[in-house]
Each structure stands twice: as structure tokens, then as C-alpha cells.
Design a binder for this molecule. Structure first.
Ligand code: GTP
Ligand code: SPV
Ligand code: MN
Length: 611
């Protein structure tokens, strides 16, 4: 054991939670920060940290007239997205990480990372952030404590989670919590000047599913550093869900009210940067239909006493893709960010202290781009990074549903899976039943986006939009989904949500999107609801039920009949070409893959006339 060191802030912790104070001390002794600060979540703390980061050059304060109490941040150009290659599930047994995750034995990972953490906070402040995912009024509040040496992370956690003194108080002396350790991995020697965006070339985003711990090193970017989000609420929570009979999913949650005042709740899983935030707060173009937002990225779903599946959004903020967000495409997001209290990362800065990004219409004559360089419309490359983000309190969303704070959640009537596919996948398809819907999810495919480091535009399988987020063996995850539909865990198999597959991103021969998307996606929501009520027509195709052109409400829609046919088309040849890809995908899981999924594939092959 190392010799106990005296770090200011370690004495008189604001809690009697002895496991927590012991862990904080242990981390401080290992990482040797200059001081320890317990975050209380107060406005005063927000002011102090933003002032500090403005002084150090990490943040630029925006013009209060446009974006009150808001800040512009630029990252290191190498630290702009989730690092899937450096993300690990360190289960005791390698088989429990499965074929879709990187794996390292927990002891080995801890040894490696302990050496990285040794002295890694030197010259920095260590922040202790008590947080809760989901309402504090839940029967079992889902606590976490993040330790980080990044004030940017502390500020972002205040937006994205319920955090601070009230959470620490609620934790009492011995509440269970997920310890989440983060360091940017850039210690400062005495007299050494800091950089605006400290990070390390060495990065690890590690999860220990059995002990339910998170260790992150080297990156300050959101998905790698705001550990309540992907790391806790998806990777660790998916393991909890497997063990306890619920689901942690990469899904938006929305409330849809029809002109007849009938309310339905819909959840939708699309891969990163494939349209969740936009659909979650969509403004319907069809008269009389209303959408309200419950969540835009993560849903925790468990069965209620009535056997229906209820969803809760564990988050407290929006961490949305900036480019493409505009008054035309997503006015509710624009209204939310205009209220201020936001952090903008890797977007462009206007000369009068507002933010700008691609998709906001005509660019100003001059900007400071995400590299901090002068930018004009003649410059090469975009002014904002394609994965630049706004980070905004969800309470500022003008259409947040009242049920948002209800710890019971909302009963889900339909689940949509969707991806970004230029061809093959029709605008919307309904599954025959739950197992067929699980097959939709298990075979979901999408073109890769800038949300993760790597090549963009490559089609890959992204099961349930969870490929980078399933915290255990993918085959066991599929089995869990199938079991959930069979009345396990308090569910009623006759009350499961109907499952649909959508694709807003089909293109014509010129590469143009066939479907106008955004507000017009409400037409698809309407068809979904009418299917639930048995009121909309569909064609039964080999892949499932697809709307007849007449059954989709196209009143006032600027779309010619040929394009409508094209976006709904099921091209048997294209689907036959998918079969070997699905086969290859399923084979990755070996004997563990549930037979039900092979049976679904066989049935599809038979319907397509494939050997
Ligand atoms: P993550 O936060 O990474 O999980 O992304 P997300 O799934 O919430 O995606 P988001 O709604 O932020 O959309 C990502 C990009 O897709 C943005 O640039 C949007 O403008 C664009 N987009 C969203 N919906 C549509 C649509 O219906 N049609 C088209 N063409 N683009 C869309
Ligand atoms: C995603 O990539 O799915 C996001 C952004 O929602 S991040 O929080 O970085 O993961
Ligand atoms: Mn996401």
C-alpha cells in the first residue's frame, strides 16, 4: 500500500458513506491530484468552474443575447468521438463479453490502468460527482459517483445527470452506487502550462460488469468521459437488466397524441447519428397530431404490474449532434439551446459570439472553425466537426412530456428499429410478431457515422443500435430479448409492443434522399398507430408488412408517386443479397445464437425463394 498522502479536500468529506470516502481516498492516493473537490451541483459551482475554464482557454463564453450562460469548447483534434477500438468489457469469463466486444481479463486491465492512473491527476483538481440516473424518487435509485480530473466533464455531468449534494444526501451511509473513474491522463508538472483540451494518446474505456465499475482514461470527449451515459446507462445497465429481467436500450422515447386525443408511447432505436434526437422532438406536419419528448438517447424498460413494458429516460440532458440541427429540421432543439445554459463542443463560433454549424442555412462570411482557425464559405472542409455536439438541459425542451419525472415510466406500444441505409430497407415495415421483431433488431444494419472514430459510410450490423453498447455476450442479449416477449420477468406476452423497422435514409440513383424526413416522419408514426389499432392497410411482403401507398397519409406531402413507390419498395433481389451477410453475422455468435433467430432467417429465405 502506498503511504497515505495529504491532499486538500480529502479531510471532512460531506458524507458518512464509508465505502465511498474510502474509494475517494484510494483514488486520490493513486492519482495524486493537487486537491479534491466534492461537487455540490450549485449555481455557484457552475460559475466557478466555467470562470476557471474560460480563464484557462478551454471555454469561450458566448454572447448572452443569443445564448445566455453558454460556452463554446474545442477539443483536441484527435479526441472528437467515441473510441470503440479502445472500449473493453472486462468480464471474468471472456465468453461473457461475446464476439462483439473487446475483452481483457479484469485483473490484467486493472493492473494496466492502475499504472496509467498512478500520478495521472498531478497538478489537477479531482472532482467527485455524486449522480443518479433516472428519477431520485425511483424505488431503487440508480446511483453513481464519477471521479474525474476534468472540469469540462464536471460541468457536462451537471447537464446530463441529476447530480450534486441532494444526490449525495439521498445516498445516505451505504447506498449501492456504480463507481466511475475518469482521468484525461495528462498530469501537469510544476510550472507546466496546461493545454486547452488535455487528453492522452493512450485511451481505455473499460467496464467491469461483475463488480459494476467503470474506468476511463485518456479522453475528454462526451461518450468516453461522461460515464453516466453510455458506460453506465447502457453497458453496465444492460448487464443489470440481463440479471434482473429488464432492458437498457439505445432508444428515444416519445409521446404521441392523435387528433382523437388518444395517447401512445413509442420507443425507437437508431444507431448513433441516425435520427433519435430529431424524432424524439419532431414537429408533426400532419394536422392534429402532437409529439412530446421523454428521452432522446437511452431508455430503461421494465414490466409494470399490468404486464406492459414501461420506459424511463435515465438522463437529464441532451447531448445532440449539432450539424443538421436547424429551425427547419428540429425547431424544438433550437428552442432548447436558445434558452442557454449549454455547452457546445467542436461547432463554429461567429464573430458576434454565437455558434454556427453546417445545416443552419447560409453560412456567415467569417467564422472561427472547430480547429480555432479562420473559416469562410470558401474554406476547405466544414466549419464544425461532423460529430460536434450541443449539451443542454432536457428541461429546456419546450415539448418535454409531464411524465418525464415519473419513476414508473410510460407504457410502450411500439418499438421502432431503424438505420441509415441507402438501399434495400423500405421506409417502414411491421414485423409479424415479437420474435420476428427481435430478428429485425438483431439484423439491424446501418452506415457508420462520425459518432465513433473510424471510417464513415460503411454498412455494418448494429443489433438494436447497441453494437458498441451491449455490456455482455450479444447472443445472450438476443436471448434476453426473446425471453422478454414470452412472459418472463413479469411481462404479459399478449401486451408486448409491436415492432417496426424504419429507414429515413433511402436514396435514389442520384444519391438524393427519397424521403423528406424530419417532420414528415410523423406520417410514419401515424401509420404505426393505425396499424396498432388495425385501421391501416399493409401489403404482406417476404420481409414483413409494408404500407400500401394509399395507407400512408401523404396529404400535402411534396413527393411524387414514383418516389413514394421507390421508398416503399421491397426489392427481392436486394433482399436476397442480404441473406449471406445475415448468415455470416449470425455465425459469429456460434452455438449461443438462439435457434429462434436461425428459424426466422430460414423462414425469410423460404419466402424469398433462397436455397
Ligand atoms: P446520437 O446522439 O449520436 O445517438 O444521434 P441521434 O440518433 O440522436 O441522431 P440525430 O437525431 O442527432 O441525427 C443525426 C443526423 O441525422 C443529424 O445531422 C440530423 O440532421 C440527421 N437526420 C435526423 N433525422 C433525419 C431524417 O429524417 N432525414 C434525414 N435525411 N436526416 C436526418
Ligand atoms: C452516441 O454516439 O450514440 C451518442 C453520443 O449519443 S456519445 O455520448 O458520445 O456516445
Ligand atoms: Mn446516442
Amino acid at each position: 500500500m502506498s503511504v497515505p498522502v495529504m491532499v486538500p479536500g480529502l479531510e471532512n468529506p460531506p458524507t458518512n458513506h464509508s465505502r465511498l470516502t474510502a474509494w475517494v481516498r484510494e483514488v486520490a492516493e493513486l492519482t495524486t491530484p493537487e486537491r479534491v473537490v466534492w461537487c455540490d451541483g450549485s449555481d455557484e459551482e457552475w460559475r466557478r468552474l466555467t470562470d476557471e475554464l474560460v480563464a484557462s482557454g478551454t471555454l469561450v463564453r458566448l454572447n448572452d443575447e443569443y445564448k445566455p450562460n453558454s460556452f463554446w469548447a474545442r477539443t483536441d483534434p484527435s479526441d472528437v468521438a467515441r473510441v470503440e477500438e479502445r472500449t473493453y468489457i472486462c468480464s471474468v469469463d471472456e465468453a461473457d463479453a461475446g464476439p462483439t466486444n473487446n475483452w481483457m481479463a479484469p485483473a490484467e486491465m486493472k493492473q494496466t490502468m492502475t499504472e496509467l492512473y498512478r500520478g495521472s491527476m498531478r497538478g489537477r483538481t479531482m472532482y467527485v460527482i455524486p449522480f443518479c440516473m433516472g428519477p431520485l424518487t425511483a424505488e431503487n435509485p440508480m446511483y453513481g459517483v464519477e471521479i474525474t480530473d476534468s472540469a469540462y466533464v464536471a460541468l457536462s455531468m451537471r447537464i446530463m445527470t441529476r447530480m450534486g449534494s441532494h444526490v449525495l444526501d439521498a445516498m445516505g451511509d451505504d447506498a449501492v452506487y456504480v463507481p466511475a473513474l475518469h482521468s484525461v491522463g495528462a498530469p501537469l508538472d510544476e510550472g507546466q502550462a496546461d493545454t486547452a483540451w488535455p487528453c492522452s494518446e493512450t485511451k481505455y474505456i473499460s467496464h467491469f460488469p461483475e463488480s459494476r465499475e467503470i474506468w476511463s482514461f485518456g479522453s475528454g470527449y462526451g461518450g468516453n468521459s461522461l460515464l453516466g451515459k453510455k458506460c453506465y446507462s447502457l453497458r453496465i445497465a444492460s448487464v443489470m437488466g440481463r440479471d434482473e429481467g429488464w432492458l437498457a436500450e439505445h432508444m428515444l422515447i416519445l409521446k404521441l397524441t392523435s387528433p382523437r386525443d388518444e395517447v401512445r408511447y413509442i420507443a425507437a432505436a437508431f444507431p448513433s447519428a441516425c435520427g433519435k434526437t430529431n424524432l424524439a422532438m419532431v414537429e408533426p406536419t400532419i394536422p392534429g397530431w402532437k409529439v412530446e419528448t421523454l428521452g432522446d438517447d437511452i431508455a430503461w424498460m421494465r414490466f409494470g404490474e399490468d404486464g406492459r413494458l414501461y420506459a424511463v429516460n435515465p438522463e437529464y440532458g441532451l447531448f445532440g449532434v449539432a450539424p443538421g440541427t436547424d429551425w427547419k429540421t428540429n425547431p424544438n432543439a433550437m428552442r432548447a439551446i436558445d434558452k442557454g445554459n449549454s455547452l457546445f463542443t467542436n461547432v463554429a463560433l461567429t464573430d458576434d459570439g454565437d455558434i454556427w454549424w453546417e445545416g443552419m442555412g447560409e453560412p456567415p462570411a467569417h467564422l472561427t472553425d472547430w480547429h480555432g482557425k479562420d473559416w469562410t464559405p470558401d474554406s476547405e472542409g466544414p466549419s464544425s466537426h461532423p460529430n460536434s455536439r450541443f449539451c443542454t438541459p432536457i428541461q429546456q425542451c419546450p415539448i418535454l412530456a409531464d411524465e418525464y419525472e415519473d419513476p414508473k415510466g410510460v407504457p410502450i406500444s411500439a418499438i421502432l428499429f431503424g438505420g441509415r441505409r441507402a438501399s434495400t430497407i423500405p421506409l417502414v415495415t411491421q414485423s409479424r410478431d415479437w420474435a420476428h421483431g427481435v430478428y429485425f433488431g438483431a439484423t439491424l444494419s446501418s452506415e457508420t457515422t462520425a459518432a465513433a472514430v473510424g471510417k464513415v459510410g460503411v454498412v455494418r450490423r448494429d443489433p438494436m443500435a447497441m453494437l458498441p453498447f451491449i455490456g455482455y455476450n450479444g447472443a445472450d442479449y438476443f436471448r434476453h430479448w426473446i425471453e422478454m416477449g414470452k412472459g418472463a420477468n413479469g411481462g404479459d406476452s399478449s401486451k408486448m409492443p409491436a415492432i417496426f423497422y424504419v429507414n429515413w435514409f433511402r436514396r435514389d440513383d442520384d444519391g438524393k434522399f427519397l424521403w423528406p424526413g424530419f417532420g414528415e416522419n410523423s406520417r410514419v408514426l401515424k401509420w404505426v398507430v393505425e396499424r396498432l389499432e388495425g385501421r391501416a392497410e399493409a401489403v404482406e411482403t417476404p420481409i414483413g408488412f409494408v404500407p400500401t401507398p394509399e395507407s400512408l397519409d401523404t396529404d400535402g406531402l411534396d413527393l411524387d408517386a414514383a418516389s413514394l413507390d421507390a421508398v416503399l419498395n421491397v426489392d427481392v433481389e436486394e433482399w436476397r443479397a442480404e441473406i449471406p451477410l445475415v448468415q455470416e453475422w449470425f455465425e459469429k455468435f456460434g452455438d449461443k445464437l438462439p435457434g429462434v433467430l436461425w428459424a426466422e432467417l430460414d423462414a425469410l429465405k423460404a419466402r424469398l425463394g433462397v436455397e
